[in-house]
Write a protein that binds this ligand. Structure first.
Ligand code: BGC
Length: 450
């Protein structure tokens, strides 16, 4: 309960349900280092693809064993889970070979999590694909469904002893949009028909993987991590902005989860029946970063006649990539709840090397999760992106999402102040007014309004 003290300040704690899951998230290519056999490695070699010509290189050194110290950091600061991904190109370096040493690496990693009492949450595909997949046409080739199914069978058989919460594919919407519409991810296409083929194959591959995982592990919980960006009209009086916001929202946010509910994938003027997709989601994974405004721009042919913008008074991250929009998070969770299944926040975070905005972003977003939970919406866990700075795709090392900073030359870690606040929340299993006053006073009035 909240009580008044000193005559004016409120004091109290917003608790989360017992057993709430608190973690961070990473992905293989972004933290492992030394990946040489996937499409991103080749992409990073090509001039102009990555900001400042950066490369993943050694990344955060997890392949050479630094995961141990980083997971110690997670557990020492009160976390009870971690989301990571398996690098397909390591498990299946060629179409007809499996690398048992690589499988053993992940077994050790998950065993290490078990020893630390960190619940594993494992993603099978997080943006990178083996080079041989790319050479055979990548995700445009319908055969990818079988390739992905075989890989799923192999790796889930090996790891099911340690993990029962799975993401088949991370952010299918970002994957097709970035790789086949914007062209900023490999294969760098701007080709809508190809993008649609990819979208269909992603849904089919997910559906096949869903069934295989359940066959191998009947009690598994299997889902996707959906990137949800809430989008509203920039000029609420302009019908074009309103329609546009709805259309883009439908295509970007709703098309994949709808396909898993109805068996029909609808994207603007493309549609396909995929009946095997029906019911292939046990929970809804939300990756939420920000809310934006749709502005119709008739002359912007390259940007499909629109731009997604932030407002002038928005609090923006270091590189202007993310606006602090906790209410958008609340709307995203509410929207996801209509699918009628448990919800995991599979990612949420902000790029901020100096940690000036992260403390606010962190507590104000977790506060919205608490509001949702308080309405009995079935949110089961929260995974902050990220535990440690890691390779930010086409933005290279220019964006730093870690609770811990990373010096890529020395591999030294730097504990950012946000660790203290996340630790306090995880250990309390709640947000206490005292911790907000002490550690994030700027957010006090928002979280504990008088
Ligand atoms: C991706 C992560 C990425 C993060 C921040 C998410 O869309 O899943 O891989 O690091 O955004 O850009």
């Amino acid at each position: 309960p909240l009580v008044l003290y000193n005559g004016c300040m409120l004091s109290g704690t917003y608790h989360f349900p017992r057993g709430f899951i608190w973690g961070t998230a990473t992905s293989s290519h972004q933290v492992e280092g030394n990946n040489r056999n996937n499409d991103w490695t080749v992409w990073e070699e090509q001039p102009g693809r990555i900001l400042n010509g950066d490369k993943a290189g050694q990344a955060s050194g997890w392949w050479s064993g630094r995961w141990k110290d980083d997971l110690d950091r997670a557990v020492e600061t009160g976390q009870n889970a971690h989301r990571l991904s398996i690098e397909w190109s390591r498990i299946q370096p060629t179409p007809d070979s499996w690398d048992e040493d690589a499988i053993e690496f992940y077994r050790q990693l998950l065993r290490g999590m078990q020893e630390r009492k960190l619940m594993p949450y494992v993603t099978l595909h997080h943006f990178t694909s083996p080079l041989w997949v790319t050479e055979f046409g990548g995700w445009e080739n319908p055969e990818v469904v079988e390739w992905f199914a075989a890989y799923t069978r192999k790796i889930v058989t090996a790891l099911k002893e340690y993990c029962s919460l799975w993401v088949t594919i991370n952010e299918p919407n970002v994957y097709w949009y970035s790789g086949y519409v914007l062209g900023v991810f490999p294969p760098g296409k701007q080709d809508i028909p190809a993008a649609f083929k990819v979208a269909v194959n992603l849904v089919k591959a997910h559906s096949a993987a869903y069934r295989i995982i359940h066959e191998l592990q009947p009690n598994a919980q299997v889902g996707l991590a959906h990137n949800v960006q809430t989008i509203t009209a920039d000029r609420s009086w302009l019908p074009f902005d309103n329609w546009g916001a709805k259309i883009v929202s439908q295509a970007f946010n709703a098309s994949f989860p709808d396909a898993l509910r109805t068996g029909k994938l609808n994207m603007i003027n493309h549609s396909a029946r995929i009946p095997e997709a029906i019911g292939t989601q046990d929970y809804f994974g939300i990756n939420y970063y920000t809310h934006s405004h749709f502005r119709f721009q008739p002359l912007n042919t390259k940007g499909l006649f629109h731009e997604l913008q932030f407002r002038k008074d928005d609090l923006l991250s270091e590189n202007g990539f993310i606006a602090n929009k906790p209410l958008g998070f609340y709307r995203a969770i509410k929207w996801a709840c209509q699918y009628g299944m448990p919800v995991y926040i599979s990612e949420n975070g902000v790029e901020d090397s100096k940690d000036t905005m992260r403390p606010r972003y962190l507590v104000e977003h977790i506060h919205q999760v608490w509001r949702a939970v308080n309405y009995n919406w079935p949110v089961k866990g929260y995974f902050h992106w990220s535990l440690i700075d890691n390779f930010e795709w086409e933005r290279g090392w220019s964006q730093r999402f870690g609770l811990w900073g990373l010096d890529i030359n020395t591999q030294a870690r730097q504990r950012r102040p946000s660790v203290d606040i996340y630790q306090a929340i995880c250990q309390e299993n709640g947000i206490a007014s005292e911790m907000i006053q002490r550690l994030v006073p700027d957010s006090y009035a928002t979280i504990f309004p008088q």
